[in-house]
Every structure is written in structure tokens, then in C-alpha cells.
Write a protein that binds this ligand. Structure first.
Ligand code: SF4
Length: 74
């Protein structure tokens, strides 16, 4: 059972612009002008998709928290 996702953070120092998160959840993640992922809308994909996107990141730059602020991933 997956807790409800409350917050998604992209660590800009870790992000290498690989864009696999965007391939999986384009409604949630986009690349900005520095080729770093930004969260455009955390509510536009279901929790499972967001976790898949986070797990697809080769540098584990996507940090996912539940609504209580507990870290779900990584
Ligand atoms: S998958 Fe990771 S490294 Fe690639 S754009 Fe997304 S956050 Fe950045």
C-alpha cells in the first residue's frame, strides 16, 4: 500500500536532464531552460506513475514525500 504523495522535490544538483521522468510523467515533470527537471503539477499523475518516474531517474534526483512529510523514495 502506497501512501498518498504530498510533495515532490527535484534535487537540481543531481538532475542530469536525462528526462526519463518526463517520458513517464510529462504532465508532472518538465525540463526548464537549464535542462533540469521541474515539477509543473504534482497532482497530474497518480501516485504509482510518479513513483515510477522517480525510480526511473538514473541519479535518484527525484525525492517523493507523503502528505505527512515522510520520505517515500528514494
Ligand atoms: S530523470 Fe532524473 S536526471 Fe532525468 S530529468 Fe528527471 S530528475 Fe533529471
Amino acid at each position: 500500500m502506497i501512501n498518498k504523495i504530498g510533495k515532490i522535490v527535484v534535487d537540481r544538483d543531481l538532475c542530469i536532464g536525462a528526462a526519463s521522468c518526463i517520458a513517464i510523467a510529462p504532465e508532472v515533470f518538465q525540463l526548464d531552460e537549464e535542462n533540469k527537471a521541474i515539477v509543473v503539477n504534482p497532482k497530474r499523475a497518480d501516485d504509482e506513475t510518479i513513483l515510477l518516474a522517480a525510480k526511473s531517474c538514473p541519479t535518484k534526483a527525484i525525492i517523493v514525500f507523503d502528505e505527512e512529510g515522510n520520505q517515500l523514495y528514494p
